[in-house]
Design a protein around this ligand. Sequence first.
Ligand SMILES: C[S@@+](CC[C@H](N)C(=O)[O-])C[C@H]1O[C@@H](n2cnc3c(N)ncnc32)[C@H](O)[C@@H]1O
Length: 290
Amino acid sequence: MWVGGCLSISKKIFVEPLFLEWIRSNSRRTAVGLDLDLEALNWCLEKNISRVGADGYSRISLFHGNVLQPLEAKLVNFEPQELISNITLQEGKDGSETCALESTVQVGSTADDKCMKSLPLPPRDIVCAFNYSCCCLHKRAELVLYFKHVLDALSKKGGIFVMDLYGGTSSEHKLRLQRRFANFTYVWEQAEFDVVERKTRISLHFLLQKQQKKLRHAFSYSWRLWSLPEIKDCLEEAGFRSVHFWLREMPDTEEIRTTEGFGEGRDVKYEEVKSFQQQDAWNAYIVGVV
Ligand SMILES: C[S@@+](CC[C@H](N)C(=O)[O-])C[C@H]1O[C@@H](n2cnc3c(N)ncnc32)[C@H](O)[C@@H]1O
């Protein structure tokens, strides 16, 4: 029996733990990913085969396409045998063996004959779009259309859509935040904020300590920073029965310009709220129920 999957605007590092956990924690689960960026999808295929094994891998389908026309998205093809033969056992620091893919060749290509509309995908239980992906859509009509496609993909028996959003006074001006981890530093850079269009450019840079390498603009996005009521209105207009907000205050950006790791406040819990007073920074999960 299909248990369903998750359709997301998926990308590299961010979505990976969620995807893996979903697949690993139940052998009947399937996952579906959709992204405009073929390179990101290839990376996901290469990276995860060694972590979920052949069985888990067979339950993941990645599509290259636009969330505004999901049915036209093309299945990313790969040769599992070829991938599996590329897995090598590597010795971890603690002496344990971990699987790793040696090859970094492009493994995925898209097939014109296999698009989402021609494949029998089961209704999805959870659709998620994290790391503020919805801000990549700039027009209200696009957001509503995207939410309608999400609703179409969801199971009518309790399916949910989960997305995230950030905000606060610090999100509406130029800002540079740095986080230091053991072997790399990560920089979130926010360009000037245009209040007429509510647009900014977000760039993520990485500094790899060991390799003394800088990856400037590793990711760069032109974003429209939506407000919570705009998202709620669009979800309702698309047909979601109810919309729920889970929020938490984030550490003050003036105090944490340079933070070690996740910094203090990592354990602050999200709470479901009906109202929330403006803060320097907040983060929200928005849940749309079918
Ligand atoms: C900020 S990233 C977040 C990725 C992902 N949700 C995660 O948690 O890792 C936004 C992603 O949305 C993809 N994207 C933007 N517009 C899209 C569209 N119209 N259709 C499909 N993917 C899109 C980009 O290629 C990028 O991978």
